[in-house]
Ligand binder design. Sequence first.
Ligand SMILES: *[C@@H]1O[C@H](CO)[C@@H](O)[C@H](O)[C@H]1NC(C)=O
Ligand SMILES: *[C@@H]1O[C@H](CO)[C@@H](O)[C@H](O)[C@H]1NC(C)=O
Ligand SMILES: *[C@@H]1O[C@H](CO)[C@@H](O)[C@H](O)[C@H]1NC(C)=O
Ligand SMILES: *[C@@H]1O[C@H](CO)[C@@H](O)[C@H](O)[C@H]1NC(C)=O
Length: 311
Amino acid sequence: MSSFFLSLFFLLLIIQSWPMKLTQAEKNIFILAGQSNMAGRGGVTNNTTTGATTWDGIVPPQCNPNPSILKLNSHLKWVEAQEPLHEDIDRDKTNGIGPGMVFANRVLEKNMGVGVVGLVPCAIGGSNVSEWEKGKVLYSHMMKRVKGSLRDGGEVRGILWFQGESDTVNLRDAESYQNKVRRFFLDVRSDLQAPLLPIIQVALASGSGPYVEIVRQAQLGINLLNLKTVDAKGLPLQPDGLHLSTEAQVVLGKMMGDAFLQFVPSLIPSPDIHHNVSQIRKEASNSIGLSNCVSHVYMVHVFITFLIMIS
Ligand SMILES: *[C@@H]1O[C@H](CO)[C@@H](O)[C@H](O)[C@H]1NC(C)=O
Ligand SMILES: *[C@@H]1O[C@H](CO)[C@@H](O)[C@H](O)[C@H]1NC(C)=O
Ligand SMILES: *[C@@H]1O[C@H](CO)[C@@H](O)[C@H](O)[C@H]1NC(C)=O
Ligand SMILES: *[C@@H]1O[C@H](CO)[C@@H](O)[C@H](O)[C@H]1NC(C)=O
């Protein structure tokens, strides 16, 4: 019986503390993966005479650096993050503004308790979903980076995924997109031992081929717990018709930040602010996310089991 209570205690502890208490002491780590629109091409223009691509260097205030936003660089070192976030990762391309910095600034702005946000850029321009399959180079590279990001503490809080433009060229690729991307999400969760890891994916705004709508429907139709889809359709594109503009990335990053914040059950006050428990409770009850509902379902289940055991 006492081991039962001990297990119950630990179970409650796990449910209480996972998935989503953003903590100030540790890094709250986010994986950024996908292709060019995740890496960021906002402000990148192509001189059609010379074929040379250049970034205009314009950083909107929503993408400003912040001492509380770090990025894991290509040498697996934490550095203060700044645009272009993927400069040293998606090295063969000219990088510009993507959604990552906006996302991080948004999360910090809306949840003062977050502390430090650690971004792990992994996106590679032009990649297709098959290249992200477990066992392939991009998957392994990402996992190596995530492992590196956890070396001095921290917790992976979610993955931001914006990919699929390359899978709109062939009908077969578009039609198999949903199975492949679902497999990818499940593999990431399983390898990180985080079965409910929050996923924020983007439904395509554009594509390299004609089957954009098939991939979009595949994305919008994925039904996984703790997966949220934000829709980029209609956001302004660069003249190439493929890449989101800087302005569009600012809107998208905000949408992704707000989608993520729905997972966070409560605002965690910083220790130097006086706690007002009734206020915190009120805020918590105002922002019950999916993960929180899942927790509550388990809690009810555990409680009923407990009642049966003692009766
Ligand atoms: C493209 O490059 C050429 C040669 O450097 C330059 O003269 C031209 O102004 C550039 N065009 C644009 C639109 O930047
Ligand atoms: C730039 O434009 C040229 C001419 O349209 C095209 O061939 C080339 O692929 C473009 N480069 C990039 C990186 O988009
Ligand atoms: C995906 O990209 C890789 C590398 O460019 C290519 O070899 C492959 O044919 C593409 N498509 C699929 C469905 O694997
Ligand atoms: C705590 O917050 C609640 C709701 O905002 C307020 O009514 C109450 O007066 C506060 N209590 C203290 C001790 O500040």
